[in-house]
Each structure stands twice: as structure tokens, then as C-alpha cells.
Design a protein around this ligand. Sequence first.
Ligand code: 13P
Ligand code: SF4
Length: 368
Amino acid sequence: MNIFQTMEASTPTLPKKYKQMNADELTYRIRNIKEAMGGKLFLPGHHYQKDEVISFADVRGDSLKLAQMSASQQEAEAIVFCGVHFMAETADILTREDQEVYLPDMRAGCSMADMADFAQTEKAWEKLMSKFNDTIVPLTYVNSTAAIKAFVGKHGGATVTSSNAEKMMKWAFNHKERILFLPDQHLGRNTAYKLGIPLKEMAVWDPIKEELVYEGDVNDIKVILWKGHCSVHENFTVANIHQVRKKHPSMKVIVHPECRREVVKLSDEAGSTNYIIDTIAQSSPGSSWAIGTEMNLVNRIIRQHPDQHIISLNPNMCPCLTMNRIDLPHLTWSLESIAEGKPVNRIQVDKGTAHDANKALKRMLYNA
Ligand code: 13P
Ligand code: SF4
């Protein structure tokens, strides 16, 4: 059995009755439970969630905002996370032990987070330490498993989000002369470049081949980028930008820093999910934009700004498939199971891992 088959076998699956309910009935049931539970229930929703799901969120935000909101929850007894697995883990780490976190569908993972596992990270660290001695601070994008956050916390490092990666890189350079950046090479490269670090001072760690990919003098290396990426944002290409420039010469291009360096370089603007939302909201009627980020969000921005001409940078993009696992049937199931006292799909990070991961998260929340 592979890991997915094992997960399927050990995870309860959506009862048939929820698949047979129509949207009106599901919506009615969700509303009823939210009303009945009031402040005891908290529903954070990431901007990449489907419209019908995010419409129920008590707060919507990017990864940073949702981490901050989870950390400040006092009243909620149950937190049902409308997002992906690593976000629910983060919420569990940042909340009290008596507060329970649930993910409506356990299959809502993140392919990028899965690109760095604990054993690979330990091996990489050992090899990098023998090459560079104690000169490296590890930083991990929050889009990583709790185990990786714990590894980073234990070794004096911190988490980052796309909203605070620059601040956190500066923080890291105040401590040591090099950074190991997990697991998204593109966010790491784009951020370091923005801080003035030339590409020739960046190396890539290949966790499969267990080798450092670099052509110059290793003493010049300032940033070691883990060879991981977001399978959604990697679909925006230089060719897409050329097409937009040709067809709409006055259109501006704005992308998420999870896109490749070449794409960010050719864009007019790059920034986190929140940055993209705010930039479009603040631009004047008649502005035109091509956006390079997840499609649920792009479609929402298009609907919210009918006075602007907005398109997806890649006309053939799909939404993030794992974000889309959270749908009305799963949300209803999750809420009703909690209301009935037989909750399913609880996210519970073990105490040891949570303790170290919390150090990495707190360093970010206090410093960024
Ligand atoms: P942010 O919410 O930090 O912009 O991250 C985007 C993302 O890919 C979340 O999975
Ligand atoms: Fe992961 Fe990318 Fe989906 Fe975000 S958009 S959850 S990084 S695969």
C-alpha cells in the first residue's frame, strides 16, 4: 500500500448522504450549526478556497493573517480550517490544548509541503554542516509540515510567509552568514534577490540526489534553496508574459513570489496573496491586470472589480486541486460531526513536534 492508500484506509470518508444533498440543503445545515455554536466555533478560510466555502469563513486571509488569527483565538473550542493540511497544523500548534482543530477533508494537502520530508532535511543538514560548519540558519516557508517547522525551530530558525519573507531573511542574516530556505526554491530565490543577493551567491540543495547544485566557489554561497516548488505557481511562464505584453500592451502583470524567478523578473509587480488583493483594490477604475496566482482567487478578484480589466496570466490555469478538496459536503460533514459530539478529521500535532515548531512560528510572529 502506498501512503495515499494507507491514508484512505485509515481516514473516514465522506458519508454518502452528504454527496446526495444539494447546495441549498448543505448551505442551510452549515448556517444552522454556525448559528447554534456561535463563538465556540471558528472558521478561518484561505483566499484560495472556493467561493461557496469561503463565504462561510469568519475570517479570510493569507497564510500570515490566518496564523495570527488562530494564535489570538480565545473563545473558540473548535476551529474548522478551510485551507490545507499545513495551515490546520499551524493552527493546532498556535492554539491551546483544549481547542480542537479540524480539516474537513484530510486529502487537502499541499504538494510543495510534501517536497521536504524530515529524513531528507536531517540528511541535508548533516551534509551542509560538514561543509559550512555552524554558519547556517534554517528558514522554512509555512507551507511545510509540522515536522519541518520543528526541525527549523530546534536549529535556531524560523518560519516565513510570503508576506514577511524579506523581514525574516534579514532577521536570519543578523544571526548567521548563510540561510537554508525550505521548501520553496522560488520564494527563497525571489526574496533573496530582492534583498540584493546576486544569483551567483545562491545554491540549490537537491534532496533526491542529496547534493548541492552550485558552480562557483562554495565560500561565496549565502542562500541554499531547497529544490521544491508550488505546482500551481510553476504553471505561469515567460511565454504567458510575452503573450500578454503582445495582446494587451498597457496591461500590468502582477504575480505571486512562488512563481519562477524569470516570471517575477518580467512582471511589473510581485507579492503575497494579500499584496495582490490590495494592489488591485487600490488601483483606479479602467486599470488592466494579468494576475499570476491561484484561480479561485483570480476569479474572485475579477468579479469584485468589474470596473477593471483583469485576466489570469495563464489562460489555461486551474484552481489548486488540494485547496479545492474543501467543499460544501465536506464542510457540512465536519460541522455536523462536531455538533453531534463525534468529530472527524482532527488535526493533532504531537507535543514534542508542536513544542519545537512553535519556537519557529513564534520567532516569525514576534519578529515580522
Ligand atoms: P500566501 O497565503 O502566504 O500568499 O501563500 C500562498 C499559498 O500558496 C498558500 O498555499
Ligand atoms: Fe500548496 Fe501551491 Fe496549493 Fe498553495 S497553491 S496549497 S503552495 S500547491
